[in-house]
Design a protein around this ligand. Structure first.
Ligand SMILES: Cc1ncc(COP(=O)(O)O)c(C=O)c1O
Length: 357
């Protein structure tokens, strides 16, 4: 069997959910489990949070149906709402909460004949300009949807664009726009993602929506997951499948982009870009072997990558190699690769088996 596995620590996810709840004390929390629970396995994560989660948030009906099959009563929020009118019928059958982010969605809801009314979350575009209504339009739709036969609870949702950058002026602006609707009667309100849960108590409202923090990665550029008290959920572990001596001046890997500047010991590791490890990871990006860091040498291949083991003479074929996880924060790898933990986690491919602890 190919020695590569993503080990998922479900206790860490429970710990991180509890931390979100402590930060937003007295509030309820939708555990965001879209995109296969950020790559961790939606089934296992929903099952692990079954008792403690107040609800789950997903990106589409297919994900919602998966959650409903595991949990008969949880609130499940469709963050982008229904993509076509027929989906409202299924949403009603499944008993979902749906966002309404545009006029077409709202009209389709009002035209639908549903088996039961839905909890509706009117989406305010408070400044991100991706989805939702402007504040004035929210007032109009509030008037039309309040009391409609298709609507059970009428709620308010919005989303921050820059809560991950502390003190960003857009965040205060978004909060002010959100608050400008304080006079409208909504049953429930939600605004905060992980960054706002951890840093903006004034945004906590009735429900929070933790995503990345559940998985133990930081939403911030300048604050580490460890410093926030988060525990990493996924550890990606491969193995040294070959070790060789490379003389000074010889190159390693595709494109011969890395050359030995001293007699080098090069290890070949069973993980590549077809597993979701970023191909553009630069030479020097660390892995952990025998509790010590070793730098990538040369380009990442489809199924393998190379590391410089010259300073780790005891490393042997068969040694485990951690690409990120318990010993090596995923955020460090993300930063080295010019991306974010979210992208690395969600891109771990199907062929990498997940093991659960
Ligand atoms: C609408 C919405 N709410 C909440 C989240 C969770 O955000 P985070 O993972 O930053 O906590 C997301 C994630 O993209 C989202 O799109």
């Amino acid at each position: 069997m190919r020695p590569l596995v993503a080990t998922v620590d479900l206790a860490a996810i429970r710990h991180n959910y509890a931390l979100a709840k402590r930060c937003a004390s007295g509030r309820r929390a939708f555990a965001v489990v879209k995109a296969n629970a950020y790559g961790h396995g939606i089934r296992e994560v929903v099952t692990a949070l079954r008792e403690e989660a107040d609800g789950f948030a997903v990106a589409c009906l297919e994900e919602a149906a998966e959650v409903r099959a595991l949990h008969g009563t949880a609130r499940i929020l469709l963050l982008e709402g229904c993509f076509e009118p027929a989906e409202y019928l299924i949403a009603a059958q499944l008993g979902l909460d749906v966002a309404i982010q545009g006029a077409e969605q709202a009209e389709a809801l009002l035209a639908a004949t549903l088996s039961r009314p839905l909890n509706v979350w009117l989406k305010l575009d408070s400044g991100m300009h991706r989805l939702g209504f402007g504040a004035r339009e929210v007032r109009d739709w509030h008037a039309r949807l309040q009391g409609a036969a298709q609507v059970a609870e009428l709620n308010l949702i919005s989303h921050f664009a820059c809560a991950d950058e502390s003190g960003h002026p857009l965040t205060a602006q978004q909060l002010e726009t959100y608050r400008s609707l304080a006079d409208l009667s909504f049953a429930q309100r939600t605004l905060a993602n992980s960054a706002a849960i951890l840093s903006l108590p004034q945004a906590h409202m009735d429900w929070v929506r933790p995503g990345i923090m559940l998985y133990g990665a930081t939403p911030f550029l300048d604050r580490s997951a460890g410093a926030l008290g988060l525990q990493p959920a996924m550890t990606l572990t491969a193995q040294l499948i070959a070790v060789r001596e490379v003389p000074v001046g010889e190159s390693v890997g595709y494109g011969a982009t890395w050359r030995a500047s001293r007699p080098a010991r090069i290890g070949t590791v069973s993980c590549g870009y077809a597993d979701g490890y970023p191909r553009h990871a630069p030479a020097g990006t660390p892995v952990v072997v025998r509790g010590q860091r070793a730098p990538l040498a040369g380009r990442v291949s489809m199924d393998m990558l190379a590391v410089d083991l010259t300073d780790l003479p005891e490393a042997r074929v068969g040694d485990p190699v951690e690409l990120w996880g318990a010993q090596l924060p995923i955020d460090e790898i993300a930063q080295a690769c010019g991306t974010i933990g979210y992208e690395l986690l969600t891109k771990v491919t199907q062929r990498v088996p997940r093991r659960y602890r």
